[in-house]
Design a protein around this ligand. Sequence first.
Ligand SMILES: [Zn+2]
Length: 387
Amino acid sequence: MLLANARLPHCPTPVDVAIEHGRIAAITPAAGRSGLDLGGALLLPSFVDGHVHLDKTLWGLPWRPNSGAPTVRERIAFERTHRRTLPPVSERGANLLRQMIACGTTALRTHTDIDDAYGLANFHATMELKQLFAAQADIQVVAFPQSGILTRPGVAELLAEALRQGADFVGGLDPASIDGDAKGHLDIVFGLAQRFDRGIDIHLHDRDAAGNAQLRDIAARTIAIGMQHRVTVSHAFSLGTADESDFAHTADALAAAGVHILTSSPSAGIVPPVLALRARGVVIHAGSDNIRDLWNALGTGDMLERALIIALKQGFRSDPDIETALALCTDAEALGLPAHRLVVGASADLVALDAETPGEAVALRPVRKLVMKGGVILAREGRYIAR
Ligand SMILES: [Zn+2]
């Protein structure tokens, strides 16, 4: 296949991109060859959503008013009450996957709720989606204890069973504030990771010094069991602290341990500072988190929109900074996957859209003319066409 008359970021002259066996085989100056004419569209690496909840979404259903519960604990309770009325995960999750792919995402990590009310039902449905969409998206599944571990008898055993059945990561949730025993919670999570040789991805909403102390504990535990670059902390709001020395101390511990930070950049409250963390060597990448579900009525699964939200929240104005926001949304390596790159030899995982530069793509979020994974076209003109 030849993608003719396309443009690469920071390259003013149009190029032709030859694709063979799913990989970029050659990139040459455009020469009027016959192929799929992209009309000078900009190519970007396909997007990576590092944190989503496929099993929670209401995507494709009639609009459902959200209660807007103010705390994490109240949102958990609201979801546990209303979830039984929803259609199956297989339907809702597939709706969202098609939407995400149409927007240009071809790799994602989804947290799937495992608790005493639902057992492994959400996990099994999510694993089926992973299999069904395997050719279209690299999907990592996190066994996520949404209602806690220690406070919910039987959940630790359910997490172990999910890992035995193929979950890619073990999750955790606010070890101190939800389970009330940071050490006990982390002992279980790190113990399971070691026992099954899987990575870790922990939701940590706790703010201020208490949150940063847990981050340093997680960093120390990561080094202790040799899991550098296999542990992610999602949200980590405490890194937005105004205490410079606490920030520096914590960021250095995360960098030394190769603990990655995932941000969805919520509009309210403090968030991890992207540039300051990168300057200290911490890997920070991005995800959507809740997309139109019982936690949050908003979200579209479009990682260009996520890049814009990050840029706005971080106060980014320059093109290099806006491109950094976009880089957080294409970082497959942060998930332990092969990098998404527009170079010869790389897998042909790419997006084409009408924009002059990556900065303009983030600013205007134009329709995706083409979405491709492994040389296979998944979406055209914003529409999912893969199946
Ligand atoms: Zn989440």
